[in-house]
Design a protein. Structure first.
Length: 552
């Protein structure tokens, strides 16, 4: 088997790459270890808690004991299925803040500033505002990725946005457009009632071309000859075979598996590779370093009125919702239920939002367990720019062994201060008049947790990953010893090899990472094809005019 380009991983970035390279007439092979994404567990938006808890669709990784969280091991899901994590995620669509990409460029990712990436966000999007407002000039209209908004017909969605306004925060009609900061509608990758994953948006259209092929297999390492990547070694159908790349190998295997594959192939910190008896091809100390994520908690309130989705938390109602969705792709099954959102700043002197809210009109966890109180609602809240950094390292030279993942969560004192601010600012929002008809009492953390020490004890026990890992193959200048890829996504020190997924992010952007990951695949394709990049957009995104002196 051979092609011009071999892409490892049919996830968010890999699918976009396959689409653009095949569109340009290149012969493409995409290798994915996971299987089909068919069936309601993945395609029905409201069923989102199922696929990320199913070993069939998830790599099943978990962290090493996290030293600052009492030794807890946190789950670290990544999609092992066509579409990758875009097939098991919450379908929330966030581009990130303009200032995030300016920080990327300052970190050495030249040509990845906001004005450079905005055209690619536009190219990938087909935006449907649903009559909720927003400026089409900032959005894409004919891309493969449908971006929609939920009906927001539960009264709690309006209460959340109104409470934000009552607390003195801005209201924004489109956090993915001119103004991210504020309260407003949340966007999702759902189209005609179905999850609009990267597989649906990009891979299926790509596979309709004769020059694009999907291969099911487990990639063990990159084959490198005389300093050049020439293919990959794949375990497939009970035997090991080579897949040759005449032009390049592109890793798009996630922030866990892309650095793992580099290290298994001899690219990484030389001393670490030597520990595992792996011959060093390129000593890149940054491989597997710089691991980042977003942590969050669920601030849960018991509802004084039976307006929450808890009334559907029974087998009969779930069955009816499922049947309606199967027949017509409509009803509650057609939304991820994350329909209102907010981005705010934690304090004066913070230039752009560093706290994100997902609002949900039910009190429930990602593993599908509802709050014992019954009717309730919650805000998922967490800081956006943690100072903590972790690592992905090899547990063994055996490709079948899972990597060691240590986020080193909450290792910096400012992380604790930021999270306490999240708790207190969220309580203030739920105390506004808009929520007075609905709030019965606080379920979690509980009104008794007031002091820093009490809040910290709750956080230590209850913070969870928002599942936004990135940064382990950091992009930077070619002469930066800590960088793994250059701004063209080429692995520094090896010919014919690139990485293009969330692992190359220098710093975690605001919000959910599916959008930025797809953008990375879109933009990387133009770098790979060498056909010139899209023209920069000169629009200036909104920054609070008094950010230096006021928090809202």
């Amino acid at each position: 088997m051979q092609a011009d380009y071999v892409i490892v991983g049919a996830g968010s970035a890999g699918c976009a790459l396959a689409y653009r390279l095949a569109e340009a007439g290149k012969r493409v092979i995409v290798i994915e270890h996971g299987g089909t994404d068919a069936g309601p567990f993945i395609q029905m938006p409201a069923a989102l808690s199922y696929p990320m808890n199913m070993r069939r669709y998830d790599w099943g990784y978990e962290t090493q004991p996290e030293p600052h969280l009492g030794g807890r091991r946190l789950v670290a899901p990544r999609g092992k299925v066509i579409g990758g994590s875009s097939s098991i995620n919450g379908m929330v669509y966030v581009r990130g803040n303009a200032c995030d990409y300016e920080a990327w460029e300052e970190a050495g990712a030249k040509g990845w500033g906001y004005k450079d990436v905005l055209p690619y966000f536009k190219r990938m999007e087909q935006w449907h505002d649903g009559g909720h407002g927003g400026d089409p000039a900032w959005r894409g209209s004919d891309g493969p990725l449908h971006v929609t908004r939920g009906p927001r017909d539960n009264p709690l969605h309006a209460a959340f946005v109104k409470a934000g306004a009552e607390a003195g925060y801005p209201v924004t009609e489109d956090y993915n457009g001119y103004q991210q900061e504020g309260f407003g509608p949340m966007e999702m990758t759902v189209w005609k009632g179905r999850r609009w994953s990267a597989a649906n948006a990009y891979l299926r259209p790509a596979l309709r071309r004769e020059n694009c092929r999907l291969v099911n297999g487990f990639v063990r390492r990159v084959v490198i000859e005389d300093g050049r990547a020439v293919g990959v070694e794949v375990a497939r159908k009970g035997r090991i075979e080579a897949v040759r790349a005449e032009a390049e190998v592109i890793l798009a295997a996630s922030s866990f598996n892309s650095p793992k594959l580099l290290m298994l192939s001899g690219i990484g910190p030389a001393a670490h590779l030597a520990e595992h008896g792996i011959d060093v091809v390129a000593d890149r100390p940054g491989v597997g370093q710089n691991l980042q994520d977003h942590l969050e908690i669920y601030m849960q309130m018991a509802s004084a009125q039976p307006v929450t989705l808890y009334k559907h938390w029974n087998l009969i109602s779930k069955g009816l919702i499922g049947a309606q969705w199967l027949l017509s792709k409509t009803g509650l099954g057609a939304s991820n239920q994350f329909e209102s959102a907010a981005f705010i700043r934690s304090r004066a002197g913070v230039k752009y939002p560093d706290i994100q809210f997902h609002f949900l009109p039910i009190a429930v966890r990602y593993d599908g367990k509802a709050a014992a109180e019954g009717h309730g609602f919650q805000a998922h809240v967490g800081p956006m720019r943690s100072a903590s950094r972790g690592t992905v390292t090899l547990a063994s030279a055996d490709p079948d062994a899972a990597p060691n993942i240590l986020f080193n969560y909450m290792s910096k004192e400012e992380d604790w201060a930021d999270f306490r601010a999240c708790v207190r600012l969220t309580r203030e929002i739920f105390a506004q008049d808009a929520f007075k008809p609905f709030v019965k009492h606080e379920i979690q953390p509980g009104a008794e947790a007031q002091s820093d020490e009490e809040i910290d004890a709750f956080l230590r026990e209850h913070v969870e990953s928002a599942y936004h890992p990135c940064g382990t193959c950091r992009m930077g200048a070619a002469d930066d010893p800590g960088a793994v890829v250059d701004p063209d996504c080429r692995v520094i020190g090896v010919e014919g090899l690139r990485v293009a997924d969330s692992s190359i992010f220098p710093r975690v952007p605001n919000g959910n990472l599916n959008g930025p990951s797809i953008m990375t695949g879109e933009k990387a394709a133009d770098h790979i094809l060498g056909r010139g990049l899209l023209p920069r957009e000169e629009g200036q995104a909104w920054v609070h005019p008094a950010w230096e002196t006021t928090q809202r």
